[in-house]
Design a protein around this ligand. Structure first.
Ligand SMILES: C[S@@+](CC[C@H](N)C(=O)[O-])C[C@H]1O[C@@H](n2cnc3c(N)ncnc32)[C@H](O)[C@@H]1O
Length: 396
């Protein structure tokens, strides 16, 4: 791209945007360019504009997204992309008042979540298509009803406890917000609609570029050297929710011998449908002894970040007891927080864990210390580019 020095900055940026839209960048290049583009935005936006955006605008935007799901705005606009939908159509179909629909669509259009092509008329933008996905609808409902409530109750909670880290998973902004004594997962067991939304949310990461089967060397680190008899267990997904990690694994390595076992709480296991053949489903509470002994891999994604070190030690001790020395691998897929310059998603996730379950994301040192405390010292760390996520592998 050649630019005359007299070309206005806005045209230079527009030209660069056009050229990026036609390029196919690898993940490393995309992530570096994204960081640079954020720098450009920060250079252009005045600090006060940025603060007003975060402090004043974020909550109406979040509310409009939640209402967009509730009123079926995204699904209706994306159903027929060529025609789109009008505010009166949306009001008629949802039963909402037209002026409410206008309020919500105005902000959704201003933020790019829908594309305005006439007065009270909208077509889908790429963001509309994402929001219309049932997984994203469930995620929006859950994050608004639960996550947002916990975050908004946090200042009151911390004021009352003298601004101390929550000392128990039974006493967090979550309990204050929902006026309950139950822990988070116990409460979900009594709220099946939100529990279903929660499990849908857990599958969201499959839609991003961050997919462990694509960046983690499963062949070398798990499959090579594993026992090859069909009755041997290749992978146990502990607290695996609806089993999407095992599904991905099976799709990527369909010919690999060995059993694949999905474990979760009975109330979760009983709701799982359409599990492909070859994935075994077992109810298991990970605070009790691990029934599958000597598996090649014990996998956990987003499990230990839900629990304090003390609880993690109980969960880990049950797995370590079942591991075959030198053979079994403990594979923990979680954030690995850097000591400096943490990515926004990991920092947000850590706050969410604090206000919902009195837990937090861990740094490499915190992972090493935790694993050493249950006798695991042979520990390695793997991270894809541009992310705070990673995989910790430990061998007994
Ligand atoms: C944050 S979700 C992660 C689910 C899944 N690993 C994923 O990444 O999509 C935590 C999971 O732990 C499960 N869980 C919570 N307490 C458990 C327990 N005591 N025993 C087994 N599973 C449990 C929950 O039901 C939920 O599916």
């Amino acid at each position: 791209m050649t630019q005359n020095k007299d070309t206005p900055l806005s045209s230079q940026i527009a030209a660069l945007t056009g050229s990026v839209q036609t390029q196919c960048l690898d993940e490393q290049a995309r992530s570096e360019a994204l960081d640079a583009a954020r720098g450009l935005l920060a250079a252009l936006e005045s600090p006060v504009e940025r603060v007003i955006q975060d402090v004043v605008m974020n909550s109406p935007v979040l509310m409009a997204l939640r209402m967009g799901v509730q009123l079926g705005i995204f699904t209706q606009i994306s159903q027929n992309p060529e025609c789109g939908a009008s505010s009166p159509d949306i009001a008629k179909k949802s039963g909402a008042s037209l002026i409410l629909v206008d309020q919500v669509t105005r902000l959704l259009a201003a933020t790019g979540y829908i594309k305005q092509d006439g007065v009270q008329h909208f077509k889908p933008s790429p963001l509309t298509m994402v929001m219309a996905d049932p997984i994203m609808e469930a995620t929006t409902r859950f994050c608004f009803e639960v996550g947002n409530l916990c975050a908004s109750k946090a200042p009151e909670f911390f004021r009352k406890n003298n601004n101390q880290f929550p000392s128990s998973a039974k006493d967090t902004p979550f309990q204050l917000g929902f006026n309950t004594n139950m822990e988070y997962f116990e409460w979900l067991g009594h709220n099946p609609d939100l529990a279903k939304d929660f499990q849908q949310w857990m599958t969201l990461k499959q839609k991003t570029t961050l997919n462990w089967v694509d960046w983690f060397d499963i062949q070398q680190l798990i499959i090579d050297g594993s026992n090859s008899k069909p009755e041997d267990v290749l992978l146990v997904d502990v607290g695996g929710g609806e089993g999407h990690y095992l599904r991905q694994f099976q799709e990527k390595f369909p010919e690999t011998p060995g059993r694949l076992i999905l474990q979760d709480l009975p109330q979760v296991v009983s709701t799982i449908e359409n599990l492909p053949p070859g994935i075994e489903l077992t109810p298991h509470d990970f605070f009790t002894p691990q029934p599958v002994k000597g598996a090649r891999t014990y996998f956990m994604h987003w499990i230990l970040h839900d629990w304090s070190d003390e609880h993690c030690r109980s969960i880990l001790a049950n797995i370590v007891d079942a591991m075959e020395p030198g053979y079994s691998r403990l594979v923990i897929h979680e954030s690995i927080l850097p000591d400096m310059h943490c990515h926004v998603p990991s920092a947000c996730l850590s706050i969410m864990m604090m206000v919902q379950v009195a837990a937090f994301e861990r740094s490499e040192k915190q992972w090493r210390d935790l694993l050493a405390s249950v006798g695991l010292t042979n520990v390695k760390f793997y991270q894809p580019p541009g992310s705070g996520e990673g995989i910790v592998v430990a061998i007994k």
